[in-house]
Design a binder for this molecule. Structure first.
Ligand code: MG
Length: 303
């Protein structure tokens, strides 16, 4: 395992830490955007504050898209204004174009996340563009951006319209954005560990955005870690579903990911108990059980 070294013991206790990963909690944006209920900006800001207080090094706070297209994300500026900035947490937001970027930058957020889908069919349906057109538009907006940029490549493993995606094509696209931090997204949750390992290795992408739609999300996260990924998107409680499989779960749950990583000797900087409290609070707020398992099972103090 690339991230760990054993020094004479096979128990795992003696493994020296050589990697600290960055988990970005996308619950306030990607999670809540895919929940049927719309939470008020003040409540979304409280979620951001709770996640930051739990030690999350990065939180995706808001989406700067038109409120008529994504009502769950209305009032992005209000959300950001209500955040109590915590040292050690980077606050990011999603923008899809220049206008969104300008709005985001005006709020004082630390980082912008753009997305680019890697197949023509997906891009046509979402943005009425070819991948080439969308990539050119993304390059232009990234070029002008003064904030650090994350570029999420959607449907990087499989597309609901085109099926399996050619890894070579994803690698070629990723290489076009050397100034951006690239995140490979399994948007519909179809990847398996070897595919994730190989694509991370091939693209040198630092980040992955994994879904647990088919129960492969956590195995895929460990595979990405082994291949050298250091940035992991996840949402508290596994908040948010999958738009292409309405009955299924979407994002992997942050506390479940923290549990695996810490158990494997990888530092996350996240206080698991505080995170579990946050997911229990969210569950009561949304009035339904969330998809994560660790927040219900509890952190285990053994070992
Ligand atoms: Mg997602």
């Amino acid at each position: 395992m690339r991230w760990g070294r054993f020094s004479g013991s096979s128990s795992g206790r003696a493994r020296s830490l050589i990697v600290r990963v960055t988990i970005c909690d996308v619950g306030p944006r990607d999670g809540l955007q895919n929940e049927p209920e719309t939470l008020a900006p003040a409540v979304r800001a409280e979620l951001v504050n709770r996640l930051a207080a739990a030690g999350l090094p990065r939180v995706e706070t808001a989406s700067f898209v038109r409120a008529d297209t994504v009502p769950q994300m209305a009032g992005a500026e209000e959300v950001v204004a209500a955040i109590e900035r915590r040292v050690g947490t980077e606050y990011s937001g999603l923008a899809l174009n220049d206008k969104g970027y300008e709005r985001l930058a005006a709020t004082g957020l630390d980082r912008v996340n753009f997305t680019l889908a890697v197949t023509d069919s997906f891009t046509r349906r979402n943005a009425n563009q070819s991948v080439e057109e969308a990539a050119a538009a993304a390059a232009a907006v990234i070029e002008r951006a003064t904030l650090p940029v994350t570029l999420t490549l959607s449907v990087a493993f499989g597309c609901p319209f085109e099926g399996r995606v050619d890894p070579g094509m994803v690698a070629e696209l990723a290489a076009r954005f050397p100034s951006a931090e690239v995140v490979l997204a399994d948007t519909i949750g179809v990847a398996t560990p070897r595919q994730v390992h190989d694509l991370v290795e091939r693209t040198h992408a630092p980040g992955v955005h994994l879904h647990n739609t088919r129960n492969t999300g956590y195995a895929n996260a460990v595979a990405a870690l082994e291949a050298g990924a250091t940035l992991f998107d996840a949402s508290c409680g596994g908040l948010g579903g999958c738009p292409y499989a309405p009955l299924a779960t979407g994002n992997i749950a942050t506390e479940d990911l923290v549990y695996i990583f810490e158990g494997e000797g990888v530092e996350t900087g996240v206080n698991l108990d505080a995170l579990i409290e946050t997911s229990l609070w969210l569950e009561s707020l949304l009035g339904h059980r969330l998809e994560g398992q660790v927040y219900r099972a509890g952190a285990w103090a053994g070992d």
